[in-house]
Design a protein around this ligand. Structure first.
Ligand code: AMP
Length: 282
């Protein structure tokens, strides 16, 4: 395992691999690594000659300063987790300065309207920040394959769009969601949940699973009503949004039609901790 804090040193290390067309798998993360992150890394290790993991809490994708300040930063533990895999992994854990060179702002991106749905509506500027960091990391690492979790399904579709629109020569691969035993989608933000909050948060996936069962029997509107009702008056969980949307366009669906793929998407606040989840409805 090798750790790089500076892009110049990482680039120096990677240059011979680019020249020999070595397959380079890349897993971008914000750290506080869990099984979900490690499953992306395992897939990369299986499918590539070398793998790079980035650990960087990207300030420009946070619309809420408190969320950025409280985001867990556990680099030492993260490095130990990667070391325990006993395989060669390159870690890129840069400073904000190494990425942004004193100008910590986002570029503006258009993703054919994908950015205006769900997370885009509720987190202004978020996908400009995501586009900025992902494009920059792709330019530094030049991976042949990049691994993203379906947990952040909108982000996955947006990264695919970014790659397509900018002709970036990388294959973007979506990976399944890893969950806790109670169904809660693994997330770095779960570290901030108290034991009671964690237990109560099982309701998120339980509700998505029920929505999946209802889909096809009930309209999207009726299912949304059911979800709203489920969280109404909940003592600690507040629903931010629930949507049933087309997987490709991410536009809300009114009714089910054949030959299309759908997903349910949810965002909630557990006290002041924001969690998202999604489920395929096909
Ligand atoms: P993050 O550190 O939250 O930015 O996540 C880094 C990558 O890991 C993203 O592509 C996420 O979608 C993915 N990821 C996060 N949580 C999970 C999970 N529970 N299962 C699978 N992938 C995940």
């Amino acid at each position: 395992m090798l750790i790089f804090n500076k892009q110049s040193l990482l680039i120096e290390h990677l240059t011979p691999f680019w020249a020999t067309k070595t397959t380079i798998g890349f897993v971008p993360t914000m750290g506080a690594l869990h099984e979900g992150h490690l499953s992306l890394l395992s897939q990369s290790l299986k499918e590539n000659e070398i793998s790079v993991v980035s650990i960087f809490v990207n300030p420009t994708q946070f619309n809420n300063p408190e969320d950025l300040a409280k985001y867990p930063r556990t680099l030492e533990r993260d490095v130990e987790k990667i070391a325990s895999l006993n395989t060669k992994v390159l870690i890129y854990a840069p400073t904000v300065e190494d990425i942004y060179h004193g100008n910590t702002v986002s570029q503006s991106f258009q993703y054919d309207g994908l950015e205006n749905q769900m997370e885009g509506k509720h987190r202004p500027g978020h996908f400009d920040g995501v586009g900025t960091i992902v494009k920059r990391l792709f330019e530094i690492i030049k991976p042949t394959h990049a691994y993203f979790g379906e947990k952040d399904f909108q982000q996955l579709q947006i990264v695919k769009k970014l790659v397509h629109k900018n002709n970036i020569p990388v294959k973007v691969i979506g990976c399944p969601i890893h969950r806790e035993a109670n169904g809660l989608a693994m997330s770095s933000r779960n570290e901030r949940l108290s034991p009671i909050e964690r237990k109560e948060s099982a309701l998120i996936f339980k509700t998505l699973s029920k929505a999946k069962k209802l889909f096809g029997m009930k309209s999207a509107k009726e299912i949304s009503k059911f979800v709203t009702k489920t969280f109404e008056n909940h003592p600690i969980i507040k629903l931010e949004y629930f949507e049933i949307a087309d997987e490709i366009t991410l536009r809300s669906c009114l009714r089910k039609s054949k030959n299309k793929k759908y997903r349910a998407f949810i965002a909630v606040f557990v006290n002041n901790i924001r969690l998202i989840d999604t489920i395929s409805l096909n």
